[in-house]
Design a binder for this molecule. Structure first.
Ligand SMILES: *Cc1c(COP(=O)(O)O)cnc(C)c1O
Length: 466
């Protein structure tokens, strides 16, 4: 049974491996061949089949080579997002522009002054880079950037409230997708949580009554991914700030998806901007870099200098610090907010504010392209442009239904299977299924996505026909 199993050396001398050695070091080719040989040895024992030396060698080479190329390609790949969810947490949230990634590339493919003060010729701090721009754009006294908003909240609580009490409303004990829970972050920070009010109602007196010698701060959490409707009452930011001022306690607000611009003119519900919250007197504000801001994954803490200075001294910061790639991408993103038309220069904002008429004509164009491809292949499907409801995503604007447009593909096929085939194509395509049809929202598509979509769709529908 195993008599015909070739030796490692024999496989390595197979001429089919000659081009492979141009791409891979000998060590890794040997490793892959060894694993493939072992796999084949087990298979022969398990099945008891007999095969020629030649056949076995070809099988082993094939398995080893495929594995090497697959590993080298990595597993991160481009995905075409036809779901209409702009800030799709599972698809990497905010998309960056080529200008932003170019700045990131040029700042990372050589040395930078990341932690070096070029004027003084001495050690500097990575936290000095973003701060001036943030304070210019938001009016904050000081700011610091960390790995993500969860880290921002953890660091701020740990610095300002460790071993003491934090008062928070029961209506704001949120859980954000991907396991961010206020009570758990609080516990990790070493602060103890004092819950006040009820799920649906919290009054100013609930806060004032809970204040004691032990209180370190009042925490507000923007309930960004849900709404409590009906018989509700909450304490406004202004009231919280007044209570804090009176009791000489800092007020911290976890804003979640921080916006720097008003989007109400484009039909979105009013959301407090970072600048407005700070102007209302919030002492410490935390928000994400890759939600509505439209930048890289980051957490921003903005607020009064006295508190940010304390945060900068916390040892925990070392474990939560941002990389130069993030700093480069974030400064390039923030720079775009200074342009005359930030909504055009930041993909997240342009996707959210694009006019419905533009989406409609985009959907009609794509429908024609797909219909042509499908007809040429003789597939029994119907395609039409239809109105759809898109979403902001990323835990922002929970109730917001963005009127958009899409392409509906219906016909004699199983939508589940077609969508699975599209997911497994190259590039992968994520679509919605609605009323037994495939639905592709155009809001989240890029021009180059549209070029390749018709063919990808045809192929997955063809694969579905059997
Ligand atoms: C999204 C969100 C977070 C977590 O932010 P990350 O950047 O994902 O770590 C925390 N708090 C609120 C209110 C959020 O909406």
């Amino acid at each position: 049974m195993l008599r015909n199993l070739p030796s490692i050396e024999e496989v390595l001398n197979d001429s089919a491996l000659v081009p492979v050695f141009e791409h891979f070091a000998r060590t890794w080719v040997t490793e892959a061949v060894r694993d493939a040989t072992e796999y084949t040895r087990k298979r022969l024992i398990d099945t008891g089949v007999k095969e020629s030396r030649e056949v076995l060698r070809v099988q082993i080479v094939d398995r080893a080579v495929k594995r090497l190329y697959r590993l080298r390609a990595g597993s991160l790949q481009r995905v075409i997002n036809a779901t209409g969810v702009v800030l799709h947490t599972n698809l990497g949230r905010a998309v960056l522009t080529p200008e932003i990634t170019a700045h990131m590339a040029s700042m990372t493919s050589g040395y930078t002054n990341l932690e070096f003060d070029l004027e003084k010729g001495s050690r500097g701090s990575r936290y000095t880079h973003i701060e001036p721009m943030l304070s210019f754009l938001t009016g904050c006294e000081a700011a610091i950037v960390v790995n993500n908003n969860a880290a921002a909240v953890l660091l701020a609580l740990s610095t300002l409230a460790k071993g003491r009490e934090v008062i928070v409303s029961r209506g704001q004990l949120v859980e954000i997708g991907g396991s961010f829970r206020i009570p758990e972050i609080m516990q990790l920070s070493g602060a103890s949580m004092v819950e006040v009010g009820t799920t649906n109602k919290t009054h100013p007196e609930d806060y004032t009554r809970a204040i004691s010698e032990q209180t370190a701060l009042l925490l507000g959490v923007h309930t960004s991914n849900y709404r409590i409707m009906g018989f509700t009452e909450s304490v406004s930011l202004e009231q919280m700030v007044n209570i804090g001022t009176e009791a000489r306690l800092p007020v911290m607000l976890d804003l979640g998806s921080g916006t720097l611009t008003e989007l109400t003119a484009y039909g979105l519900e009013p959301e407090p901007t970072v600048k407005q919250c700070l102007a209302q007197g919030v002492d410490v504000l935390t928000f994400s870099g890759d939600k509505l801001l439209g930048g890289p994954q980051a957490g921003i803490i903005a607020g009064r200098k006295e508190y940010i200075d304390q945060i900068k001294k916390n040892q925990l910061l070392r474990a939560l610090r941002v990389d130069k790639m993030t700093i480069a991408a974030l400064e390039a993103t923030l720079a775009r907010y200074m342009s005359p038309e930030p909504l055009k220069d930041i993909p997240v904002l342009s996707m959210l504010t694009v006019e419905e008429a533009a989406l409609k004509s985009q959907a009609k164009r794509l429908t024609r392209m797909i219909a042509k491809e499908i007809a040429a292949a003789g597939l029994p499907c119907k395609t039409r442009a239809v109105p759809v409801i898109d979403q902001v995503g990323g835990g922002a604007y929970p109730m917001e239904e963005l009127p958009g447009w899409g392409v509906e593909i219906a016909g004699d096929f199983k939508p589940d299977q077609a969508s699975m085939l599209m997911r497994n194509g190259t590039p992968a395509v994520l679509v919605r299924i609605q009323d037994d049809a495939l639905l592709l929202s155009v809001r989240t598509l890029f021009p180059w996505d549209e070029q390749v979509l018709p063919e990808l769709i045809r192929r997955s529908l063809e694969g579905n026909r059997t």
